[in-house]
Design a protein around this ligand. Structure first.
Ligand SMILES: Cc1ncc(C[n+]2csc(CCOP(=O)(O)OP(=O)(O)O)c2C)c(N)n1
Ligand SMILES: [Mg+2]
Length: 552
C-alpha cells in the first residue's frame, strides 16, 4: 500500500478538481506516470494511435464542450508528432492543456530532448513547465487557468524527475479561482452600434466562434429580429441560426449564391466574435465599398486586425447584443423589418446551397460530389454532429451536410492542415455520447490520419465517414493543372477504402453512383450503429467554384 503521493499524482488530482474529465493521449515512459495518475483520479483516458490525432481529438472535444480538456504525450517525438494538432488548436484559441512528458531536468543529452518551449511557441501555443516539486502545483494551476480563462492552448512540460518526486504527507486538491464574468462593452460603443443599426437599410449580423462561446445566438437572433438584419456566420460559427429563415448561412468561400448576393448588398455588417478573415470576406470582395463594418470581440488584438473596421467594441458578443437591444428599448425605437421582405426570402430560398442549380457531372464510374453530398445528407438523420478534414473537397461538407447547431460542427481549418478531420470527428463524438458523428474527408487526408480509424471502431462510436475519393491531392491538381504543370506527381492509384475499413471492423460501401447508396439506408434503418465508411469515387475533374476563386 503506497503511503506517499508523487507530484504526478497530486497534479492529476488537481486537474480533476479543476474540472478535467477527459484526456486524449498516447503513452510513453515520460507521460506514463501522469496519465496513470489521471485515470486513478477519475479522468477518462482516450487512447489515440497517433499524437497528432490525440491533439485534434482534444481540440474538437474542447471546442464542443468548453471543458478543460487534456492531451497527454510522450517527450521528444511524442510532442513533435502532436505539433500540427497543437497548431490547429492554438490558432483556434482552443482551451486545451497538453501534458508533455519531458526528459529529466537538465538531461539535454537525452535522445528525447527537444526545447519544448521554443517548439510549441512557434505554433502559437503557450509554454508552461513544472519547474520544481515545490512549484509544480502552482505551475499547473497557472497552466490550467491560462488554458480555460485566456482560451489558450497550453503545453505543460513535465520533466520526469519532477513528476516522480514524493510529496510529504497528504495533498488537498487545489481549486481554480472563480471565473470572471463576461466582458461588458463601453456604453458609447453600444450607442454607436445602436445608431448604426437604426440608420442602416440592409444590416447584416455576422457571427463567429466568439458568438458560439459567448452563447450569443438567442441575443443576436433577437437583435436581428428587432432591427431587420439578416444573419450570417463565419466558417467557425457554422451551425448558428440553423433554423432561422433570415439566415444566409456561411459568409465567404463556402457561401451559397444567396449569401454571396445579399452580403455584398449589406450597408452595415456587424461582426460578433468573428475575425473577418480573407476567407470570410472573399478577400474583401464580399463587402461593399461603402458598407460600414463594425466588430465586437473580447480580444483587443482581433479588432481591425484582418481588415479595417469603422467601429470596434471590445466586449462579449452576448452581453453587447443585449446591451444594444436595451438601448433600442430605452429609446423606444420601433422594430423594423428593413430588407426582411418577401423578395429577400425568395432569394434566400432560391439561392440556398440545397436549391441552387448546377450541372451534374456524374458519369460512368464517378459521382458528382455535390449530388452525392445531398443524397447522403438526406439519408442520414439530422440529429448529428459533423466534422470535416481540409482539402479541395472541404466546401461540400458545410454546404450540403447540414448541422443542427454550432456546437455540432467542427471544421478544423485554422492551420489549413490536411489530416485532422478523423480526429475531429472522434473528439466531437466523444463530446456527444451516443450522437451520430459524420465526417467528410478526402482520400489524401484520410490516409494521413488512418491510424485512428481503429480508435473510432474500438470506442464503438456511431460514425459515418464519407470519403471524397478522387485518388489525388485535388487541391494541387486543379491549381497546378490550370497553371500548366504536369500533375501526375499528385495523382495516385485508386485506394480501396471499403476494404481498409472492413479490415478495421467497420461497415463499408463503395459508391460510384447514387444507386449504390442502399446499404447506407439499411445501416440508418438499423440504428446507424458502429462505424460506416463510404468510399465515394467522385468526379476528379470538377473544380469547386470557391477553389478556383481563392486559388486563381
Ligand atoms: C499537413 C498538410 N500537408 C500538405 C498540405 C497541402 N495540401 C492541401 S490540400 C491537399 C490535398 C489533400 O488531398 P485529399 O485529402 O484527397 O483532398 P482533395 O484536395 O483531393 O479534395 C494537400 C496535400 C496541407 N494543407 N497540409
Ligand atoms: Mg483527394
Amino acid at each position: 500500500m503506497k503511503q506517499q503521493t508523487t507530484v504526478a499524482e497530486a497534479l492529476a488530482r488537481d486537474l480533476a478538481a479543476y474540472g478535467a474529465r477527459r484526456c486524449f493521449g498516447l503513452l510513453g515512459t515520460a507521460n506514463f506516470r501522469i496519465s496513470h495518475a489521471l485515470v486513478e483520479a477519475g479522468v477518462e483516458l482516450v487512447s489515440a494511435r497517433h499524437e497528432c490525432n490525440a491533439a485534434s481529438m482534444g481540440d474538437a472535444y474542447a471546442k464542443a464542450t468548453q471543458e478543460l480538456t487534456l492531451v497527454s504525450v510522450h517527450s521528444g517525438p511524442g510532442l513533435t508528432n502532436a505539433l500540427t494538432g497543437i497548431g490547429e488548436a492554438a490558432k483556434s484559441r482552443t482551451p486545451l492543456l497538453v501534458l508533455a512528458g519531458d526528459v529529466p531536468t537538465g538531461a539535454v543529452k537525452s535522445n528525447f530532448y527537444v526545447d519544448q518551449a521554443e517548439m510549441v511557441r512557434s505554433v502559437g501555443a503557450v509554454a508552461e513547465r513544472i519547474h520544481t516539486p515545490a512549484s509544480a502545483r502552482e505551475d499547473t494551476l497557472r497552466a490550467a487557468t491560462r488554458a480555460l480563462r485566456d482560451r489558450q492552448t497550453v503545453v505543460l512540460s513535465l520533466p520526469t524527475d519532477v513528476q516522480d518526486t514524493l510529496f510529504p504527507g497528504s495533498v488537498v486538491p487545489l481549486a481554480l479561482p472563480p471565473a470572471p464574468g463576461p466582458l461588458h462593452p463601453d456604453p458609447a460603443g453600444v450607442l454607436r452600434l445602436a445608431d448604426a443599426l437604426i440608420n442602416a437599410k440592409r444590416p447584416l449580423i455576422l457571427a463567429g466562434r466568439g458568438a458560439v462561446i459567448a452563447g450569443a445566438e438567442a441575443a443576436l437572433t433577437a437583435l436581428a429580429e428587432r432591427t431587420g438584419a439578416l444573419l450570417a456566420t463565419s466558417i467557425c460559427g457554422h451551425g448558428l441560426f440553423a433554423d432561422n429563415p433570415w439566415s444566409v448561412g456561411i459568409s465567404g468561400g463556402f457561401a451559397s449564391p444567396a449569401a454571396d448576393e445579399l452580403i455584398a448588398k449589406s450597408d452595415l455588417i456587424i461582426a460578433f466574435g468573428a475575425s473577418l478573415t480573407p476567407w470570410t470576406t472573399k478577400r474583401g470582395k464580399l463587402i461593399a465599398s461603402d458598407a460600414v463594418v463594425a466588430q465586437v470581440d473580447v480580444e483587443a488584438g482581433k479588432l481591425g486586425y484582418q481588415m479595417p473596421v469603422q467601429q470596434a467594441v471590445q466586449a462579449d458578443a452576448r452581453v453587447t447584443a443585449e446591451a444594444i437591444l436595451g438601448k433600442l428599448d430605452s429609446r423606444a425605437a420601433a422594430p423594423r423589418t428593413r430588407w426582411r421582405s418577401a423578395e429577400t426570402r425568395q432569394r434566400i430560398d432560391a439561392g440556398s446551397n440545397h436549391s441552387a442549380p448546377y450541372q451534374d457531372t456524374s458519369r460512368t464510374g464517378f459521382v458528382d460530389p455535390r449530388t452525392l453530398s445531398k443524397a447522403v445528407d438526406a439519408i442520414l438523420p439530422l440529429d448529428r454532429v459533423v466534422a470535416s478534414d481540409s482539402g479541395h473537397f472541404c466546401g461540400w461538407v458545410p454546404r450540403f451536410l447540414r448541422v443542427p447547431g454550432a456546437r455540432a460542427s467542427c471544421l478544423s481549418h485554422s492551420f489549413q492542415s490536411v489530416g485532422l478531420g478523423l480526429a475531429s470527428a472522434i473528439g466531437l463524438a466523444v463530446a456527444n455520447p451516443g450522437a451520430l458523428a459524420v465526417l467528410g474527408a478526402g482520400d489524401g487526408g484520410f490516409l494521413m490520419s488512418l491510424a485512428d480509424l481503429e480508435t473510432a471502431v474500438r470506442l464503438n462510436l456511431r460514425m459515418c465517414i464519407l470519403i471524397y475519393n478522387d485518388s489525388s491531392y485535388a487541391a494541387e491538381v486543379h491549381l497546378y493543372r490550370r497553371r500548366g504543370y504536369a500533375i501526375d506527381i499528385v495523382q495516385f492509384p485508386d485506394t480501396d477504402f471499403a476494404a481498409i475499413a472492413r479490415g478495421h471492423g467497420a461497415d463499408a460501401l463503395t459508391v460510384r453512383s447514387l444507386k449504390d447508396l442502399e446499404p447506407l439506408r439499411a445501416w440508418v434503418r438499423d440504428g446507424a450503429r458502429g462505424v460506416f465508411v463510404i468510399d465515394a469515387k467522385i468526379d476528379p475533374d470538377l473544380e469547386a467554384d470557391w477553389h478556383a476563386e481563392h486559388f486563381p
